[in-house]
Design a protein around this ligand. Structure first.
Ligand SMILES: [Zn+2]
Length: 359
């Protein structure tokens, strides 16, 4: 395999940080979609990609290749975990309903923004209703964290539902958690690396080819999906002509896992069962030929947007790759090495001949 073109590392991190700081909980992800769209539109002087939206609000980019006999697609999701206002409590504070799956204790103490239907934002924080140790003593440590025991304390003068409604807040308003982004020693720490790290790798791979004046070998579609965290992101939006789909999403790091924060991972099985063996094998060969640091792993509690497409009837060879992310659906962290490995893997894939022979 020829040398892969160089990746603009600074641009990759800057784009990731910008995307992480753009609130986009599932159902309210349009700002995240717009951020990616702006970046893609600005990535080349002459527009190389055609950009369109699905009716559901996802972004689909089409990119002509040297050939179009085996069109490909890659997908990553820009939506994140979040919440909505479930109730306005008698004390004027808010009860939440979860958007996406996460343990309630992982959001305790977090700052948050409430987006009112009138377009205003109100800041607040998520705390136990009985939060003060000086008042509630041992209860603070012993209380089970759930939608009943946690509440949003708004940074506004309100002590009753009427005053809260006067702020423009109502049941159904979206709530975004602070991403708490920090980049230190090439570690990137933030709440929403799942899957903004994957989106950044995908975008960086596109930019790498464009900067080098290259075109993908096959006609390629990119789907930036907006409903992954609730299970149906990429169920629609992949054109029917596509023969191979590579989902780019975080690798699960923890005890018993092969994945780590310094490699890209090929996931061969998760809660949805095995991925496509032939395409997975081809990606392994590509990684080995290009010297990309990678792991192969199985994720015990995990489903991907690729599987959403399979379940919706999509007839493609499907594989899943992505950067290792520590403490996923919690306060997440990854390392630049994992982002670069994933980006280079995508670049190698875009520049590879049809893998069909090995399917
Ligand atoms: Zn994800």
């Amino acid at each position: 395999m020829p040398e892969l073109p160089p990746i603009d590392t600074v641009h990759l991190i800057n784009f990731l940080v910008e995307l992480l700081n753009t609130p986009s909980p599932t159902g309210f992800a349009s700002a995240g979609i717009a951020c990616v769209e702006r970046a893609l539109a600005a990535s080349s002087a002459v527009p190389a990609l055609t950009l369109a939206h699905t009716r559901k609000g996802a972004l689909v980019a089409g990119w002509s290749g040297q050939k179009d006999d085996h069109p490909r697609a890659l997908t990553a999701h820009v939506d994140t975990l979040g919440a909505m206002v479930k109730e306005i409590k008698p004390n004027g504070r808010l009860k939440l309903t979860q958007v996406g799956g996460y343990p309630w204790n992982t959001i305790e103490g977090e700052g948050c923004t409430v987006f009112t239907s009138g377009g205003k934002t109100v800041r607040g924080s998520i705390l136990l209703a009985k939060a003060s140790s000086h008042v509630y003593g041992a209860q603070v440590g012993e209380t089970k964290r759930d939608g009943e025991s946690l509440e949003v304390r708004l940074d506004a003068c309100t002590t009753n539902p009427g005053e809260t409604r006067a702020l423009g807040i109502e049941v159904g308003d979206f709530v975004a958690f602070d991403p708490r982004v920090e980049v230190t020693e090439n570690f990137i720490r933030s709440r929403h690396l799942d899957d903004k790290a994957g989106v950044a790798c995908l975008f960086s791979a596109v930019k790498t080819l464009l900067d080098a004046g290259l075109q993908p070998v096959q006609k390629t579609f990119l789907l930036i999906s907006n409903y992954e965290e609730v299970g149906h992101g990429a169920a629609a939006g992949i054109p029917p002509e596509v023969t191979e789909l590579v989902a780019v999403d975080m690798a699960a790091v923890g005890e018993g896992q092969n994945s780590d924060e310094f490699h890209a991972t090929l996931c061969v099985k998760d809660s949805g069962g095995p991925y496509h063996h032939g395409l997975s094998q081809s990606l392994r060969k590509l990684a080995e030929a290009a010297g990309i640091p990678y792991k192969v792993d199985i994720y015990p509690y995990y489903g991907s947007d690729g599987e959403a497409f399979w379940r919706a009837g999509g007839d493609v060879a499907l594989a899943l790759i992505g950067p290792g992310v520590d403490a996923s659906h919690n306060y997440e962290r990854t390392h630049l090495e994992a982002l670069l490995a994933t980006t280079r893997w995508i670049v190698a894939y875009l520049l590879s001949e049809s893998l069909e022979g090995s399917l």
